[in-house]
Write a protein that binds this ligand. Structure first.
Ligand SMILES: Nc1ncnc2c1ncn2[C@@H]1O[C@H](COP(=O)(O)OP(=O)(O)OP(=O)(O)O)[C@@H](O)[C@H]1O
Length: 182
């Protein structure tokens, strides 16, 4: 596939296929098109050439968490879990990212890293087969990165697929490397 934004070609001839339990890691300098590739994979941005084929539901971790700041963390993640058809998955997902103790706290009081972990809980609660993660480690401390790596490994162990764009090292054993060059 190819990607153009603002009339400028960002990349051409990027091609990959991911099957059950597979993962790919997208890397490259600022502005090269990593987020754009994730958005294309999510179906939010049309490719300039080529196509995306996927079977199975997709969950997107984008730059913004899209969690309502005015309600509690439990309500905000529960809202999305209900929409995603897995209403009971919100609390276990908060536990997995180490945020269960903050469930009654309004989202607007969460720190940057806690918001990122909450957004990851939303993905984990979604029951989607394909995880599309744009900079999932941004703002996370070392322990939270380890938790993120465990979540990704657990998802893949159950046949899930992960496509992640990152500047920070994330351990994803056996992941395909997609290096976008400026
Ligand atoms: N809506 C848009 N219209 C025009 N150009 C855009 C739009 N969104 C992004 N771009 C441009 O596309 C290019 C790629 O952006 P993208 O966010 O995909 O890069 P990235 O590799 O994820 O960067 P970073 O490492 O900084 O997150 C940038 O030059 C950006 O300015």
């Amino acid at each position: 596939m190819a990607c153009a934004r603002g009339g400028r070609m960002l990349f051409e001839d990027v091609s990959f296929a991911l099957g059950p339990s597979d993962a790919a890691l997208v890397t490259g300098p600022n502005g090269v098109g990593k987020s754009s590739l994730i958005r294309i994979a999510a179906g939010l941005l049309p490719p300039a050439a080529g196509m995306v084929e996927s079977t199975g539901s997709r969950a997107l971790l984008a730059e913004t968490a899209a969690l309502d700041g005015e309600v509690t963390l439990a309500q905000a993640t529960g809202f999305w879990a209900r929409i995603d058809g897995s209403p009971d998955a919100a609390m276990p997902a908060l536990e997995r990212v180490g945020l269960a103790h903050l469930a009654p706290v309004p989202v607007r009081f969460l720190s940057t890293g806690q918001r990122r972990r909450a957004a990851m809980a939303r993905v984990a609660a979604s029951d989607a087969r394909i995880w599309l993660l744009d900079e999932p480690a941004t703002g996370l401390d070392a322990a939270a990165v380890t938790t993120l790596e465990a979540l990704i490994a657990g998802h893949r162990a159950q046949g899930g697929i992960v496509l992640a764009a990152t500047h920070q090292p994330i351990a994803m054993p056996g992941a395909i490397a997609i290096e976008l060059a400026a």
